[in-house]
Design a protein around this ligand. Sequence first.
Ligand code: PEP
Ligand code: MG
Length: 564
Amino acid sequence: MRTLTGKMIAPGLADGTAVVLLDTRWCEKAAPAADTHTEVLRLQRAFHSARVDLEALQLRVHQEFGANEAEIFVAHQLILEDPTLRDDIIERIKRDGLRAEKAIAASVDDYAARLNEAQDPYLRERGSDIRDIGDRLIRHASGHPSSRFSALGINSIIVAEELMPSDLVELDSERLVGVVTERCGETSHVAILARALGIPAVTGMVNVTRLITSGQRLLLDSNRSELTIDPGQTQVQSFRKRRMRFEEKRLRDCAQEHLPCKTADGTDILLMANLARPNETELCAAANLQGVGLLRTEFLFLDHAEPPSVQEQVELYTQVAKRMAGREVYIRTLDLGGDKYPLFLYRLHESNPTMGLRGLRFSLSEGLPLFQSQVEALLRVSSQHSVGIMLPMVLGVDDLLSAKDIVSRISSDLAIPLPPIGVLVETPAAVLVIDEILDCVDFVSIGTNDLTQFVLASDRNALDSEEDYSVLHPAVLRAVSTVSDAARSKNTPVTVCGEAAGVPGIAALLVGLGIRRLSMSPSLSGRVKHTLRSQHLEKLELAAKEALVARSIVQIREIVASLG
Ligand code: PEP
Ligand code: MG
């Protein structure tokens, strides 16, 4: 029995079996040295198992997603069949006396580097295929075949150094009950997805992939930021009691769900959902949320091998809008780039991708055809349902008007009236020119996740930077207040849809700042509603006033603690 502590990124408790996602470079270091003959044999076996693996994967992806998506794994099989790669690896084992894993890594690095230099984007894209195949071979050679993409057993708790958003989309969420990582930011997209899926997650567990072996029993108590490995009877009993209490509390929160969201003195607050996939509308209905404040469309397509067609998009957006039965639905255009790259896009090499070709900047340049197809799909859906178009990472009037021109042109070509169009305010630039932006939009939403990152020049995906990355920094709070005041003075609806809206004390402070619309992961809304129903607006406004003149995060944190 051993207990590790970290930091909670999604609440809940899970009793499950560890599935360790190993960093293949570590396998490479850990593999024992052997003679040339044995290394070549290990390599041959790795090729064989990787081929079997890929056949099964291709079949599964074909059944679950379709022929196009399965194509990628056919391509991987063809690369494995090609003798050039295998001969090169064998040559390195023999010539340089390398272990199989090291020879695979060296060969794959060379191969990928050559492809990376190619002019043709298609060839450059093959570089990531080669790396993927290399990873698979290394895992098999080192006897740790469990893959980021393999099917999970029931009640699996994933243990990894780091996960990508696409990993969570790909993993079987029916079987996944918990996530444990070494690194992950609280407002990172992985954290957001875990909360949306209702999967408990902790991070900050140093060396966790080396301390745990796949198959070990784990008790994950995310509320305490605690992980117990191979628990004894006493730990199991106390864990079960805590889980029961947590479930009872969840039920109590649910009992609030049919109640309207009002402050104790009757001010209405509209609670909406942040969603990433159509089936999450069920959570939204269960939590009695009044609409979808943010549909993050990029998550619908991260695991697609081909760009989505207009028809496919129309079907997905319609599913969401239909299930919301006439309630407001705000669909954000693709916020690609940064850590969100779908399989069908060549990953651009940028020195600072989060601030590079991302969001609307990408949509108006390299991603223009994709943006146009998305706009067409959104317009078609808006002709039947109550849907608004939200533009991400807007900087000011120039990019906003370019995007609006595209929407207007397509709308007049299709003879479909324009739906409400608005922006996600998540850059300092947008805050500084908010008055001009407000003259061109029907609504604004405040994205506190990115806004905090960019105002404070602090990575939202990084760990242990609570003092550096906090929505409660006076500068961020004042930026939120600026947007809220400006929007209200022009009678433009303003919503907060960053993760801050789902934290009860912060949600209360936002209401004090004048915000009346909050959008969050459905799993967080019960507690927010509970808090808001117990507070008087006057008290919240006083707290907000005090927070706006506070000089430090610590002071504002104290104010928030007194509210939530
Ligand atoms: C935000 O930045 O606050 C936001 C809502 O967008 P995302 O978290 O998807 O970047
Ligand atoms: Mg954002």
